[in-house]
Design a protein around this ligand. Structure first.
Ligand SMILES: [Fe+2]
Length: 276
């Protein structure tokens, strides 16, 4: 099965159709080079000082940098991209009324970085969730070109339907080659891995992922993007970070120092100066 590519003007329905059948696709030329360069400039210092990964999975020549909702206005725009967010909501709608931002992370593969083991991102929650349930919708934005030489993501289209433990053979593996500004979309269940960087240049990607609102987020958004920062954001982004109740009784808080009773069992949206 080949990895399909859709144009930027693809409809949400078209994206969902391919995601349902293949579990992955490339959305071509989503943003121009100038916006990507601006994003990289906003994050350059944080990436420069990020330590290398601690093991073969995180990558010993790989830098992973987070808190991007707090650190980059361009990333904030990408997180709430109209089409991609609508696709994420539609894809996850059968399992939850609302979704959350699961993680934000640039992934820089230095020259010589080894390929990552194949995995499913949903294994962040172990294997407790039934395979009939899709917990996650993921994106990797190409901040540089992604090529087979520099570590473009490897993916097995259709593998989101596989049982646990099935290993891909070489002929089933596709390489998500894409130009800077394109976005790789993939489900939490599709089997994939970061490639090896055999080039002389860094490969830089931006991983933005979304999950069901009743699951724990991989990146703790309340710490990576605390209320005093999130207060100034678009309400759509505040909701994705988790600063709204997920359901009737999901995610309320009580202000520990409040002696007036005004902040007892209330929605976190009050910290955003909202009343919903
Ligand atoms: Fe992954």
């Amino acid at each position: 099965m080949a990895l399909q590519t859709l144009k930027r003007d693809a409809s949400v329905d078209q994206i969902i159709e391919v995601m349902s059948s293949d579990g992955a696709l490339i959305l071509e030329d989503v943003v121009d080079e100038q916006r990507i360069d601006h994003c990289v400039a906003e994050l350059k210092h944080f990436i420069d000082v990020t330590p290398l990964g601690r093991d073969d999975f995180t990558g010993r020549l790989t830098k992973r940098t987070g808190a991007l909702a707090a650190r980059s206005g361009t990333c904030r725009d990408f997180i709430v991209d109209e089409i991609i967010l609508a696709a994420a909501e539609s894809y996850l709608k059968p399992y939850s009324k609302k979704i959350l931002l699961h993680l934000t992370q640039t992934i820089l593969l230095q020259p010589g970085a080894a390929g990552q083991p194949f995995h499913r991102d949903r294994y962040a929650w172990g294997r407790h969730l039934p395979l009939t349930l899709e917990p996650q919708f993921n994106t990797i934005w190409a901040l540089t070109d992604f090529t087979s030489m520099n570590g473009a993501t490897r993916v097995i289209p259709g593998s989101h339907h596989w049982e646990h433990g099935r290993e891909p053979n070489d002929s089933e593996v596709c390489v998500a080659e894409m130009s800077k500004g394109s976005v790789f979309l993939y489900s939490g269940s599709v089997i994939h891995a970061g490639g090896a960087n055999h080039s002389e240049q860094n490969r830089l990607g931006l991983n933005i992922t979304y999950c069901l609102n009743w699951l724990r987020q991989e990146e703790n958004q309340y710490l990576s993007c605390p209320p005093e920062i999130a207060r100034n954001f678009d309400p759509v982004l505040q909701d994705l970070l988790g600063y709204v109740q997920g359901d009737y009784a999901l995610g309320y808080f009580s202000e520990p120092t409040d002696m007036t009773g005004q902040r007892e069992v209330v929605s976190p949206s009050v910290l955003m100066n909202r009343n919903d």
